[in-house]
Design a protein around this ligand. Structure first.
Ligand SMILES: [Zn+2]
Length: 376
């Protein structure tokens, strides 16, 4: 295993890249999709099951973990990997985005964000320095800079002010992170949907210097077309030789489109959250398992899928346990969804390596356009 954090691009196809991030905790094949383990668990999944879907890395949330059970407690218990029984790499977010989106009561200053816990109303302060400390206590392999971003659409002046403060916070994050061999710190590009602001942000981040670069402030309500419009130029502004991470994305077609625009890493709650609400992702689009058309259907969700939900259970059974609110429903549907996402990533990586990513995209869209198999 690698002693240091390192990124290597193996092949390119257009803007798309296929490669590997090496860390002391294992390799991350890119483009990579990271399942979200908000409160030290990917809901409804055992960690070994998450690994079995093909995930090389998962994401933990600083905001949730600092409030409960607290970073200090996780540190005393041996760090997040040991605490949640996941030995592969973990990326943690900085807490900034969730503080702004989840807490109604907060005060934003140059120093940081003061807020009240959504759990018990207790008062907390998150700053770049405190975020770095929490992520160190958790033992995160990939640490994210503390930043702030407005929901879109927002006035350009507000987006510019926010981006410049985030860049000052990025410098403070870099100083507070220090030198930690084997661990990586990623900067986050901001600037909304304004090209000049994205360029200014990228320039400031490059001057500070990071192990990887995230495109932040997207997937916050701007829509896919606007997001792709930004990615068409924003990824190119970031260093070629470092991983590029699109935060909080997305739906399967968002992922394919982002990879085509040079993105190497993504994360999203969608496959796991949808598993609990009966939304199933397949090659042929989204299946809603609660629909009555499935109640007598002995066929699997997807006959070509090798996941436990598709190998052992019918649509009729999955429909029944969902309607009966049985726990196995969340378990099976989450497993299938995460399996589907990882299989999609594997297909993407193989297609880029073979120089046929364009054909892959055409097949991907054609299959989805067919829609679900016809009812019996
Ligand atoms: Zn399946």
């Amino acid at each position: 295993m690698a002693e240091r954090f390192n990124f290597h691009v193996n092949s390119r196809d257009g803007m798309a890249r296929q490669g590997v991030i090496s860390t002391p905790r294992g390799d991350i094949r890119t483009p990579a999709f990271m399942p979200v383990g908000t409160a030290a668990t990917v809901k409804a999944m055992m960690p070994e099951s998450v690994a079995a879907t093909g995930a090389d890395i998962l994401l933990g949330n600083t905001y949730h973990l600092m409030l409960r059970p607290t970073a200090e407690r996780i540190d005393r218990l041996g760090g997040l990997h040991r605490f949640m029984n996941w030995q592969k790499p973990i990326l943690t977010d900085s807490g900034g985005f969730q503080v702004m989106s989840l807490t109604g009561l907060r005060k934003l200053t140059e120093q940081g964000v003061k807020f009240k816990s959504h759990i018990d109303g207790s008062e907390h302060m998150l700053t770049p320095e405190r975020s770095m400390e929490i992520q160190r206590l958790l033992g995160s392999d990939i640490v994210m800079c503390f930043d702030e971003c407005p929901a879109l659409p927002a006035p350009e002046e507000r987006v510019a002010e926010s981006m410049r403060m985030s860049m000052r916070w990025a410098a403070r994050s870099r100083d507070a992170f220090g030198d930690r061999p084997g661990h990586a710190l990623f900067g986050i590009q901001q600037g909304g949907v304004t090209r000049d602001l994205r360029a200014e942000s990228a320039e400031k981040l490059r001057a500070i210097g990071f192990d990887g670069y995230a495109v932040g402030g997207l997937a916050v309500g701007e829509g896919q077309e606007a997001m792709f419009g930004v990615l068409d130029y924003a990824t190119d502004m970031l260093p070629e030789d470092k991983p590029r991470y699109l935060m909080g994305v997305g739906k399967p077609d968002d992922i394919v489109g982002a990879v085509a625009r040079g993105i190497d890493m993504m994360d999203c709650v969608l496959p796991s959250r949808s598993g609990r609400t009966g939304q199933v992702f397949t090659r042929r689009g989204v299946v809603n398992i609660k629909n009555a058309r499935h109640q007598d259907d002995p066929r699997p969700l997807d006959e070509t899928c090798a996941c436990p939900a598709c190998r052992g259970y019918s649509r009729a059974y999955l429909h029944h346990v969902f309607r009966a609110q049985e726990i196995i429903s969340s378990m099976l549907l989450t497993w299938h969804n995460l399996h589907y996402y990882q299989e999609l990533m594997q297909g993407i990586r193989e297609a880029i390596a073979a120089g046929r990513f364009e054909a892959f995209q055409a097949d991907f869209h054609a299959q989805r356009a067919e829609g679900d198999i016809a009812p019996l």
